[in-house]
Ligand binder design. Structure first.
Ligand code: GLN
Length: 236
């Protein structure tokens, strides 16, 4: 079924990928693989966040958080102000690895610039020099019975979450995937594997947000049993 039918929009769903730093091209490809009906764009300017052709959702890729932090440090950047304000009014945002650090309220031992939108504390480079990069089969109930091939690259770990956060996946070292309403994060990199389920889950979140925003007449609304049906379970 097309996006138009699902959301009542007269145009395609637009998902932007922040393209200042990191592996944004891989995310654009992964989003297209998950759903060829959506439109993807590389986001670099505030006008793409709040202008007439504004995106419906944003992915913040993996990369190096200290590099992106420098861009926000003065607190006056129009691009980050626009992202923050749209996210606070419900725009779905998905942060992978660096993106999860950038969304976190707290970064252990660091005051580096961040959006501080999500009630999580993270520890950067949590796996140390010995395990800079590794892949595991990660059970994620919301993605179905089959484990997800999760690739970690100099990854952070989520060390604690506030009550509004739903934990979606954990490993021995801590939390690696979580959601707070319209915000989704993973410490791993689904954009570099063939399995599209995490991107499909995020696109479902986007559809639910557009539907909830009133793009669909109630007679057209479909029952959402996927991402939109998730209710927060407190975790501390
Ligand atoms: N170690 C990086 C940081 O702290 C994140 C790595 C990644 O995004 N793959 O920003």
């Amino acid at each position: 079924m097309s996006d138009k039918k699902l959301t009542g929009l007269q145009r395609k769903i637009r998902v932007g990928v922040l393209a200042l730093q990191g592996d944004f091209a891989e995310h654009m490809n992964a989003l297209q693989r998950a759903d060829s009906e959506i439109e993807t764009s590389a986001v670099r300017y505030a006008e793409q966040i709040s202008g007439e052709l504004a995106i419906d959702a944003l992915v913040i890729p993996g990369g190096e958080s200290t590099a992106i932090a420098r861009l926000v440090d003065d607190g006056n950047d129009p691009l980050f102000a626009a992202i923050k304000s749209r996210a606070q009014s419900g725009m779905p945002v998905y942060g992978t690895c660096m993106g999860s650090i950038f969304l976190a309220r707290e970064i252990e031992g660091s005051k580096q610039g961040r959006l501080a939108l999500m009630d999580i504390a993270v520890k950067r480079n949590a796996f140390g020099a010995q395990r800079r990069s590794f892949e595991i089969d990660l059970p994620v109930a919301e993605l179905g019975a089959e484990a997800f091939p999760a690739v970690f690259i100099r990854a952070p770990i989520i060390t604690s979450c506030g009550p509004a956060v739903t934990v979606m996946a954990t490993i021995a070292e801590g939390i690696v995937m979580a959601r707070q309403d319209n915000l989704l994060i993973s410490a791993f990199h689904p954009e570099i594997v063939d399995d599209s389920r995490v991107h499909a889950y995020f696109i479902d979140m986007v559809r639910s947000a557009l539907t909830a925003a009133g793009s669909v007449r109630s007679s057209e609304a479909l029952p959402f049993t996927g991402a939109g049906a998730l209710s927060p379970a407190p975790y501390h």
